[in-house]
Design a protein around this ligand. Structure first.
Ligand code: ZN
Length: 200
């Protein structure tokens, strides 16, 4: 994504608030416990913290929609794919709030979780686990969407997969046939990975 496209995202957001346009977004979440009883308890805790704290910058009724889509299935609290009232970054923040609330209110009760949030511009993943005492929160945020390749700055052709990119290495664009400096292109698509732990 270029700076110009970032700017257009802001303009689009302003238009959305005026009701002039609509953003497509989607998220799914799974919080897995040792049994359904624990999952039911966690669902109630999650619903409470969601209704108290979750607000989308772009969508109305984000908290209500998320709570209404939560269900308990096979020892897990599940929010199925197809829910779309949080942006990618908001999904990531929301899941962190939910897991902290569950860990805080259910000490000694282990669980693991994962989520994906995506919108037209960005994508964010969460995963982690709680061992009954320490909560691990891992987030991976793709500021320009989950792009599998770093593209040629001249022609946009895919040059190298994100995970194979080596800083400082010279790459040749398969389309231009020229040596290209991919450092700026990489900055735009590189995932931002954060790992934190919270002890309760
Ligand atoms: Zn090229």
């Amino acid at each position: 994504m270029t700076g110009q496209e970032n700017e257009s995202a802001i303009i689009k957001a302003q238009r959305m608030r005026k009701g002039e346009t609509k953003m497509d977004a989607d998220y799914r979440m799974t919080f897995t416990f040792e049994n359904n009883e624990a999952a039911e308890k966690a669902k109630a805790i999650a619903a409470e913290v969601i209704m108290k704290t979750v607000q989308s910058h772009y969508f109305s009724n984000a908290a209500e929609e998320l709570v209404s889509k939560m269900m308990v299935l096979n020892n897990a609290v599940v929010v199925p794919e197809g829910c779309g009232s949080l942006l990618a970054e908001e999904t990531m923040e929301t899941v962190s709030v939910i897991v902290k609330a569950i860990a805080n209110n259910m000490p000694g009760c282990p669980f693991k979780y994962e989520s994906v949030g995506e919108d037209e511009y960005q994508e964010a993943w969460n995963d982690g686990s709680f061992d009954g005492k320490t909560l691990e929160i891992n987030t991976t945020f793709y500021p320009a969407g989950y792009t599998k390749y770093v593209s040629c700055p001249e022609c946009g052709e895919y040059v190298v997969r994100i995970e194979d990119y080596v800083p400082g290495k010279l790459y040749v664009c398969p389309d231009c046939g020229e040596e290209v400096d991919l450092s700026e292109s990489y900055e735009e698509v590189a995932p931002i990975v954060e790992k934190t732990t919270v002890t309760f």
